[in-house]
Design a protein around this ligand. Structure first.
Ligand code: ATP
Length: 814
């Protein structure tokens, strides 16, 4: 760990605001303090750097002067000193004025402490303000900015913004030595200041709702914007259905169609327009009308068309929502309305992903600054394959600009190739599920009867995955069969063929439309095989959690005795517990985290209202602590209990010690509610009730304690857009997999066909790479007794949860 004793670090947000920027500021400030840095925020983006602090306002306010807390004088060590250093109250007020006479007027570069950023998680936008600064675009502006930074002694900068902001960051760093020389020549800084500030350390984080930056899979704020869009479309769906209307929705995205595409996939839209893949200028109107008319002909009552703000045709002519509306009204006679979502897309509280990723990226940004030397490039912190990455900032900006360039040059294949593979797969997924073909694509002999079953507890995205599989089957000429109520339903002949229209509304439905059951096929393996034979299934898709995995194992082992199981069989993991081995994300886990975040925000609010309450919140998750741990990271909980680590008395003693010291450090009248997350089966003895009572007893006058059990609410209502989009992507891969293995089996000459072991497999996400693992190979990664994987990739996050509440520091101060 690098020592940041000497570093003075400032963080700013710039360009358009996005959800998750506050989580960045929080993580940067907290991590920097832990590493021994002095922490500052810059208000109003680069404009704040240029304006700086007016004379007489420079760093005049300090904790020692501004607070009456005598405790701080008794603890002059760095950490406690940093706990409440600054103007958090003022920043959160947003007014810049405070009844106590303190003011932010004239101060744009503000020293902040640990507690100044507390509770920032749930807030949308950016609490430190953002702006588009024309002055900073000029060299003079940047000279003033450099001067203001040097006056305050700041030598490192974290910038969170879009590609413009990151370009500005790189220009600033490149120019820095020249700016310092000029300031010295003008006599504005001393020789000592010039040598101390010879180099600027800078790092960028991408805050942008468009997800338009290359070299990172997700930008901060994009997932939340997608949530807002999908919520709006989900609401519009019901009125569109009632009146049999068409709606044309315009969503943000000037050069990037990610929001339009993902919304189109997640909401089951009929048609989308994105800049990277423009429709043929001479034909698109006919094509769109033909496609929508076909949907209407089979009985669809509603039509949803999504238009990205920057949508164009192949001749680069803009396509506007209003024009699309006129085409639909005039050509098809549809009662069509336009809805422009505008700034509602930016707003609102961040979704779980926009709390977790910015936190991890903020931590990495500070690490990168601490390791930075004059020879290292400025980095952009991104995320790739579920890992936080550092990439040279200018390379990422350059590649991003190339997309716009490729579009301008009508080189659309290049524009698509510069997007990540998931983007292209999602586009294919959209067409596979939205287009109703007149003729099936496959010849008769390759067509299958495909059985689909939900196994175990319901999870968000199960229905979306089923819908995608059904739509794909119909496009290819396969027959999709729903097996209702799991293996019990199969034995009861609860089997029905599904239709294209019948699954139309399933994208947004939570729970399980097929009905689930926890019973495994060994209730009567022979009878299950007989049913497979009776229905002449050629392939089998199971969507579910650990039970589905176990079921697949039993069926594969049963191949020795029952030829009916010699067909391709797949398991698509869907469980809120996220306990299927090897796969990092199961369908439903994102929905569940969002349900947890919503519930905990409400609980925390109630806990904060009573100022000093510790809420022990019980989560589901079986013997897997994923939801509790990631939930703790997403809600800023201070303690998390998981089955993997269990609970013992020493742990509890330390937890009580931590809570007591933490509450003792709170400023008078400024205590806050705190969350403790406990997985339901973390310990048989130290139950939620026992822990709550223990905290209450030990808290004495410092804090009170209550418990809350989230129970089945964690299954979530409407599945999250991420779960829906992921469901479509994975489900289509399952279909491609079974088609491939079916065709391989057809090549076998023998009367009794033998399916190879790899044809019974689980689809897993390892990084962003989707990997097939045969069910036999899965076994060695599975802890069958505890029903979870042997390796929990997220286990280390618990240390981060503790770091971000300063547990080690607080426990160390005797
Ligand atoms: P969004 O994606 O929301 O548009 P952005 O960061 O791309 O965010 P911009 O308006 O392009 O937004 O840039 C934000 C600020 O960054 C500008 O107002 C300007 O102060 C600074 N900036 C942008 N480009 C440069 C540049 N080439 N040189 C110096 N500063 C720049």
């Amino acid at each position: 760990m690098t020592d940041g004793k000497k570093m003075k670090l400032a963080v700013l947000t710039s360009g358009g605001d996005s959800a998750g920027m506050n989580a960045v500021v929080r993580a940067v400030v907290k991590t920097a303090i832990i590493k021994g840095c002095e922490t500052w925020i810059v208000r109003e983006g680069y404009e704040g750097l240029v304006r700086g602090n007016s004379e007489g306002n420079r760093h005049t306010y300090s904790l020692e002067k501004g607070t009456s807390s005598p405790r701080l004088k008794e603890h002059p060590d760095d950490f406690v000193h940093n706990l409440r250093y600054g103007d958090g109250e003022l920043l959160k007020d947003g007014t810049g004025d405070h009844p106590g006479g303190r003011t932010l007027r004239g101060r744009y570069i503000v020293r902040v402490g640990w507690d100044d950023v507390r509770g920032w998680f749930a807030e949308g936008g950016t609490l430190i303000g953002t702006a588009r600064s024309t002055t900073f675009r000029t060299r003079d502006g940047r000279l003033t900015a450099a001067h203001n930074m040097i006056k305050e002694g700041i030598d490192a900068l974290v910038v969170c913004g879009g590609d413009g902001s990151l370009t500005g960051a790189d220009v600033f760093r490149a120019e820095w030595p020249g700016l310092v020389t000029e300031l010295r020549q003008q006599g504005k800084i001393t020789e000592d200041q010039a040598s101390k500030h010879a180099h600027l350390k800078i790092v960028g984080l991408v805050g942008s709702i468009d997800n338009d930056m290359s070299m990172t899979d997700l930008t901060i704020g994009a997932p939340t914007a997608l949530h807002r869009i999908c919520e709006a479309i989900d609401n519009i769906n019901s009125t569109a259905f009632s009146h049999s209307r068409a709606f044309v929705l315009e969503v943000m995205g000037r050069h990037c169609g990610w929001l339009a595409l993902m919304a189109g996939v997640s909401c089951g839209a009929d048609f989308i327009f994105i800049p990277e893949s423009p429709p043929d200028a001479d034909r698109w109107e006919d094509e769109m009308c033909q496609m929508i008319q076909k949907h209407r002909d089979v009985g669809k009552r509603k039509t949803i068309v999504i238009v990205a703000e920057g949508a164009i045709d192949s001749k680069l002519q803009p396509i506007h929502a209003e024009f699309v509306k006129n085409v639909l009204s005039e050509r098809l006679g549809l009662d069509t309305r336009v809805t422009t979502l505008g700034h509602t897309q930016r707003g609102g509280k961040p979704c779980a992903m926009d709390r977790i990723l910015p936190t991890l990226q903020g931590v990495e940004a500070v690490e990168a600054l601490l390791e930075s030397t004059p020879d290292t490039p400025s980095y952009m912190i991104g995320v790739r394959e579920n890992k936080i990455t550092r990439v040279p900032l200018m390379e990422a900006v350059k590649m991003t600009r190339e997309v716009a360039q490729a579009i301008a040059e009508k080189d659309f294949p290049k524009a698509m190739s510069l997007r990540d593979p998931e983007f292209c797969e999602s586009l294919e997924g959209f067409y596979a599920t939205a287009v109703l073909e007149t003729e099936p694509k496959l010849p008769h002999h390759l067509r299958m009867r495909v059985a689909i079953m939900h196994v175990g507890a319901p999870a968000g995205g199960m229905n979306a995955a089923t819908r995608a599989a059904v739509r794909y089957c119909i496009r290819q000429g396969h027959k999709p069969f729903a097996i209702h109520n799991g293996f019990v339903g199969l034995l009861d002949d609860n089997v029905h063929q599904l239709s294209w229209l019948g699954v139309d509304n399933w994208m947004t439905r939570g729970g399980s439309e097929l009905g689930t059951n926890r019973k495994l096929p060994d209730i009567d393996l022979g009878a299950v095989a007989a049913k497979f034979q009776q229905y002449n299934f050629h392939a089998f898709i199971m969507i579910g959690g650990f039970e589905a995995f176990t079921s697949l194992l039993l069926l594969e082992q049963g191949r020795k005795h029952y030829p009916a199981f010699n067909i391709p069989m797949v398991h698509l993991p869907a469980t809120i517990s996220n306990n299927v081995p090897l796969t990092e994300f199961s369908l439903g886990s994102d929905t569940s985290l969002n349900a947890l975040v919503d519930a905990c925000d409400a609980i925390k609010q109630s806990a904060s209202a009573s100022r000093n309450r510790v809420f022990v919140v019980e989560t589901q998750g079986g013997k897997c602590g994923y939801i509790a741990t990631m939930g703790a990271l997403a809600t800023g909980a201070c303690i998390v209990y998981t089955p993997e680590r269990g609970i013992d008395l020493d742990m509890l003693r330390n937890d009580v010690k931590y809570l007591k010291r933490r509450y003792a450090l709170d400023a008078k009248g400024k205590s806050e509610g705190r969350l403790v997350l406990r997985n339901e089966v973390s310990s048989d003895v130290y139950t939620t009730d026992v822990i709550t009572k223990m905290f209450k007893e030990e808290g004495g006058k410092l804090f009170d304690s209550r418990s809350a059990s989230l129970g089945h609410t964690l299954q979530g209502g409407i599945p999250s857009p991420m779960d829906r989009a992921r469901a479509v992507r994975l489900s289509l891969k399952c279909m491609a997999f079974i088609e491939h293995h079916h065709q391989e089996l057809l090549k076998q000459q023998a009367r009794s066909k033998q399916a190879p072991p790899e044809s019974a497999a689980v689809i897993t996400i390892q990084g962003t790479a989707v990997q097939w693992v045969s069910v036999q190979d899965m076994v060695e990664h599975a802890d069958m007794k505890n029903r979870r994987g042997k390796h929990a990739w997220w286990d280390g996050m618990r240390d981060l949860v503790e770091a971000l509440v300063a547990r080690p520091q607080i426990l160390a101060k005797g």
